[in-house]
Design a protein around this ligand. Structure first.
Ligand code: BG6
Length: 489
């Protein structure tokens, strides 16, 4: 069904996120006929450009970030026709009446859903919401969208949540974690709970351990200003990786509703074993890339990317976590993420225990443990590793084989980008795939001891050459437990 008419206001409308992700996502929905006619998109930024100037910038962005085959001139014009631009600064009161005027300029002004998307630095979340309240545009049909990271640590996250919460009720607040909008991440829930064969095995009796990897080949690019202040733990682990962990570990909700899934995820976050300083030293590894070769090309060091002499910010994290509950007690969850690694892959691997009894002693090859690889990107799909008999008249020879499910070949459909799904959920008012306040704060509570310990530790991040799987210590973290990272071939 068609979503309601909406005025979609993007703060940071000329920024990287808006141009690279948000506007292309809105374009795709529009292309498929999912934006009602009167939908308007209002870009807000400090740039002194008019509507035409903004349209030109967005046109260039669409040409760059939308797949050429999907760039239809008529649809491009339609989207550009919806655009407005307002030059505003959250730090001053000037010009805000213009936004008020624009939003009120509708035949039946209160009918439209008002989305306020804060694609700006977290320090501006609170002040922007306060200005919106002052100019009187926050009504029952208003929603605010916040990008992660929400704050810099638990204390600042609470402050942001309080400030935003003094203007918007929790059901009007949408905290985006775009990983939750990815098709393959949503499919994880379906795989687990719409099939019978996995769930009986999905526990400490049969699962040896779980690995979650989000590796990127890109460096920090032009985002150094933000990134150097954040680091990989805040940028990726506190949100994306912990959310993936939650979806793997959570109990089945009774149905997929606005709160149930979030309730179950929260319980997982609360069950994560708190880390002592000694645990942090033993079970976490932080790294930073130095110059190297990525996919055959020279890549500079992180410090050079920043244009700084040195920095102690981590661009890589590996750690071992444990979910202390009945289902998962004793099962390690190994997480790792980094920039400038050897390849781009986001993947969850569930490694099952060895069969209880070795029936084919002496057989060549030997049975290896079953593993389920859930590939989030780039090749969305699933692979179940099994052991099979190699055909032949002689003795029994065991061979590792796999059952492969590829989304691309199974479904003759384009997988929408995460933001397409999530932006429409905001317009429709469906918060299921967004992080609730208590989830965000529970995730910050769990990473807090790591942040604290790293800050006081004199040991800088371990260096790893760009284009490699991270520092050796990350491999050692598993080897110590008699395990190893499962690399996809
Ligand atoms: C963002 C991080 O949230 O996720 C980036 O801020 C990271 O640093 C990006 O590159 C990764 O997203 P994706 O969808 O490309 O895996």
């Amino acid at each position: 069904t068609m979503p309601p008419v909406c005025d979609f206001t993007v703060f940071g409308g000329t920024g990287d996120l808006a141009l690279r992700k948000l506007l292309p996502a809105l374009y795709h929905r529009d292309l498929e006929g999912h934006l009602p006619e009167d939908t308007r998109i209002i870009g807000v930024s400090r740039s002194e450009i008019d509507d035409e100037g903004y349209r030109a910038e967005v046109r260039a962005a669409l040409e760059r970030f939308v797949e050429p085959a999907l760039l239809e001139p008529e649809a491009v014009e339609r989207l550009l026709g919806r655009l407005h631009h307002l030059c505003l600064d959250a730090d001053t009161a000037e010009g805000w009446h213009l936004l008020h005027g624009l939003l009120k300029d509708r035949p039946r002004e209160d009918d439209a859903v008002r989305v306020f998307y804060l694609a700006v630095a977290p320090r501006l979340f609170g002040p922007t919401c306060e200005r919106l309240a002052e100019i009187g545009v926050v009504n029952e049909r208003a929603r605010v969208v916040m990008e992660k990271p929400i704050g810099h640590d638990l204390g600042s996250a609470r402050e942001v949540n309080d400030a935003v919460g003094s203007v918007f009720a929790e059901h009007q607040v949408f905290r985006i974690d775009h990983y939750l909008g990815k098709e393959s991440v949503q499919n994880l829930l379906v795989t687990r709970f719409a099939n019978t064969f996995l769930e009986p095995l999905w526990n400490s009796q049969w699962v040896d351990h779980v690995q979650i990897t989000v590796s990127e080949t890109v460096g920090v690019g032009s985002r150094g200003g933000y990134y150097d202040h954040a680091g990989a733990l805040r940028d990726m682990v506190q949100n994306h990786l912990l959310q993936l962990l939650c979806l793997v570990a959570m109990e089945p909700p009774t149905y997929v509703g606005r709160e149930n899934v979030r309730d179950e995820k929260l319980k997982v976050l609360q069950a994560l074993k708190p880390l002592t300083p000694a645990d942090v030293d033993r079970d976490t590894v932080r790294g930073q890339y130095v110059a190297g070769l990525v996919e055959g090309e020279r890549a500079a060091s992180y410090a050079d990317d920043l244009g700084a002499d040195r920095s102690d910010t981590e661009t890589f994290v590996a750690l071992k976590a444990e979910v202390q509950n009945w289902r998962w007690a004793g099962v390690p969850f190994y997480l790792r993420t980094g920039k400038r690694m050897d390849r781009r892959v986001s993947e969850i691997v569930v490694v099952f225990k060895e069969p209880p009894h070795a029936m084919f002693p002496g057989a060549e090859g030997g049975a290896s443990a079953n593993r389920l690889h859930i590939c989030v990107q780039p090749d969305e799909g699933m692979r179940l590793h099994l052991t099979a008999k190699e055909p032949g008249p002689g003795g029994i020879r065991l061979r590792p084989v796999s059952l492969d499910l590829s989304y691309a070949t199974t479904f003759d459909q384009r997988s929408p980008e995460a933001y397409e799904r999530l932006l429409m959920d905001v317009v429709r008012g469906n918060p299921t795939l967004f992080m609730r306040r208590d989830e965000v704060e529970a995730a910050w509570s769990w990473v807090a001891p790591i942040l604290d310990r790293w800050e006081e530790s004199p040991e800088p991040p371990r260096r790893y050459p760009a284009g490699t799987p991270g520092p050796f210590a990350a491999a050692a973290l598993l080897e110590r437990d008699g395990r190893s990272w499962q690399e996809t071939d």
